[in-house]
Design a protein around this ligand. Structure first.
Ligand code: CP
Ligand code: NVA
Length: 338
């Protein structure tokens, strides 16, 4: 997505949230610019969205299922134990068959090539719900959370006391940990929105962004706003937001022992951020699920942590993505049989 489209989806998610939850705290009430909005559009009415998930999920799955209901549609959870995919049927054939009955596919896969193949052969739009390389819907939720807390990092000339929805000033965002799908989307998103990214990961090629990701980072000229080193304290220097993710992503369980050794010193703590010279008001984000290795309880459950509003925002941003992508897809549209 272009920076403009990203901004549009995040604002749309905010509007959907305000429409659906008008009883939120006073500062979250409908703002003037949203006051003319009514119920969410029923853009998925009579539509079915396939959730093809070959890995576990709490947030993404529940967000997708509940968002589909609010948009008037139905989400079908198709776990790897439930359907023929990967055992008795190829990705290509499954894409054609499921895409022939549903109006959108939200897919969580292992290798990124699987989602590319799904998208190639599906007659309906395919949205990535996490792959080995990327986790795009997570970043939309992180951005909504950052926008909602913009008053913490006010941009000059904007009156945040009116509760209006404005992006913050350019931020310094630090990521301490493994170079995995969530970080990869941060790398291609935040620099294009004007934010600086500082990353620390252990000194081994497997903990750095893989070639296809780094190629994309360079293609989008994001590398100019990224500092990447091995020292977590250096990474958090000047950070307004500190982010991490599990050191052991789904599918890497066999590497657990080695990874716990390699990531020693990378746990996000108050001491690390104080000694590294983070902005004294730094906030914390984590996509979840969290293990205590990568962040201690003091930070995770403390006042700096935005992790639960961030988790809630998975729903509104996925709803905005479904509305924009699957909701605009006409049920009567014909498609070419591959
Ligand atoms: N953050 C996230 O994607 O969580 P789940 O794996 O629970 O969906
Ligand atoms: N990097 C993690 C993200 C989970 C939402 C994983 O892939 O398991």
């Amino acid at each position: 997505l272009s920076p403009r489209s990203i901004d549009r989806v995040v604002r749309h998610a905010h509007a959907l949230k305000r429409i659906s939850l008008p009883w939120l705290a006073p500062q979250d009430r409908l703002t003037k610019s949203h006051s003319r909005l009514r119920m969410p559009s029923q853009s998925l009415f009579n539509k079915s969205i396939a959730l093809m998930f070959s890995k576990r999920s709490t947030r993404t799955r529940v967000s997708a299922e509940t968002a589909a209901v609010l948009l008037g549609g139905k989400a079908l959870f198709l776990g790897s134990e439930d359907i023929q995919l990967g055992v008795n049927e190829s990705v290509r054939d499954s894409a054609r068959v499921i895409g022939g009955m549903c109006q959108g596919i939200f897919a969580r896969v292992g290798e990124h090539s699987e989602i590319e193949e799904l998208a190639k052969y599906s007659p309906v739009p395919v949205l990535n719900a996490l792959s080995s390389l990327w986790h795009p819907t997570q970043i939309l939720a992180d951005l909504l959370t950052i926008y909602e807390h913009s008053h913490l990092w006010p941009a000059s000339g904007v009156d945040y006391s009116k509760g209006e929805f404005h992006p913050p000033r350019p931020l310094t965002i630090a990521y301490v940990g493994d170079s995995a799908n969530v970080l990869h989307d941060m790398l291609v998103t935040y620099p294009r929105l004007g934010h600086k990214l500082r990353v620390a990961s252990p000194d081994h090629p497997k903990y750095r962004a893989p070639e296809p990701v780094w190629n994309r980072v360079k293609e989008l000229q994001c590398d100019k706003k990224i500092w990447w080193g091995t020292d977590p304290k250096e990474a958090v220097h000047g950070a307004d937001i500190v982010v991490t993710d599990t050191w052991i992503s789904m599918g890497q369980e066999a590497e657990k022992e080695q990874r716990l050794k390699d990531f020693q010193g990378y746990q996000v703590t108050e001491a690390l951020c104080r000694e590294g010279g983070a902005n004294p008001d730094w906030k914390f984000l984590h996509c979840l699920p969290r293990k205590s290795h990568e962040v201690d309880d003091e930070v995770f459950y403390g006042p700096r942590s935005l992790v639960f509003p961030e988790a809630d925002n998975r729903k509104w941003t996925i709803m905005a993505a479904f509305d924009s992508l699957f909701g605009k897809w006409d049920i009567g549209t014909t498609y070419q049989t591959p």
